[in-house]
Design a protein around this ligand. Structure first.
Ligand code: GRF
Length: 192
């Protein structure tokens, strides 16, 4: 069995879709939900699904070995970042090299990097009058949004779009693709 940990800071709609996708899977299970925000709705989703969860402190984020210890205590093989707003410590990047993925709500390498998150991304895409945007799923390395790209999907940006409308379109793409792409990556690294 491959055990996934999902890291999320907020609502966790992607986490919810991933939990659902793997609920009856034979080889992959969501074994832990981690958040840096004690009030995050994603923790309620974990509770409802009966999945163990943990809130990590600033100290654990700074002192990366503590976080690696937590993940190893839960036998975590693969890490999924889904709306996690903090940089993960380098010890975790090293331990889960090629075994940690992130999703970004734009077509990297455009509209990525430090400060480019949430609505800021969609506002910038609209301000630059882009005709399309999309999602990028990539491996995590120690630089913001610069790990190897695994998958991208595109959607149109319409004249008069608001960041909220574009965000909805992007979320729909994320929900459609992220669980399946995670499954494919895990199957290709584990051979299951
Ligand atoms: C997603 O749009 C993701 O691309 C970004 O954060 C958002 C998280 O949304 N990194 P949710 O918490 O899964 O609803």
């Amino acid at each position: 069995m491959n055990h996934i940990a999902i890291f999320a800071s907020g609502n966790g709609s992607n986490a919810g879709k991933i939990i659902e996708h793997f609920r009856h899977h034979l080889h992959i299970s969501v074994a832990l939900i981690v958040s840096d925000q004690p009030q995050a709705y994603v923790l309620k989703r974990a509770e409802e699904a009966g999945i163990p969860w943990a809130v990590i402190t600033r100290e654990e984020l700074r002192e990366g070995n503590l976080l690696v210890d937590l993940l190893e205590a839960h036998n975590i093989d693969f890490v999924v970042l889904a709306g996690f707003m903090r940089m993960v410590p380098k010890q975790m990047v090293e331990r889960y090299e090629q075994k940690m993925v992130n999703i970004h709500p734009a077509l990297l390498p455009s509209y990525g990097g430090k400060g480019m998150y949430g609505d800021k991304v969609h506002k910038a895409v609209i301000a630059h009058q882009e005709k399309e945007s999309g999602i990028t799923i990539h491996f995590v390395n120690d630089v913001y949004d610069e790990g190897a790209i695994i998958f991208q999907a595109r959607c149109p940006v319409y004249p008069g779009d608001t960041p909220e409308r574009l965000a909805e379109r992007i979320h729909a793409l994320e929900h459609l693709h992220y669980p399946r792409v995670i499954e494919e990556v895990i199957q290709s690294v584990s051979g299951d």
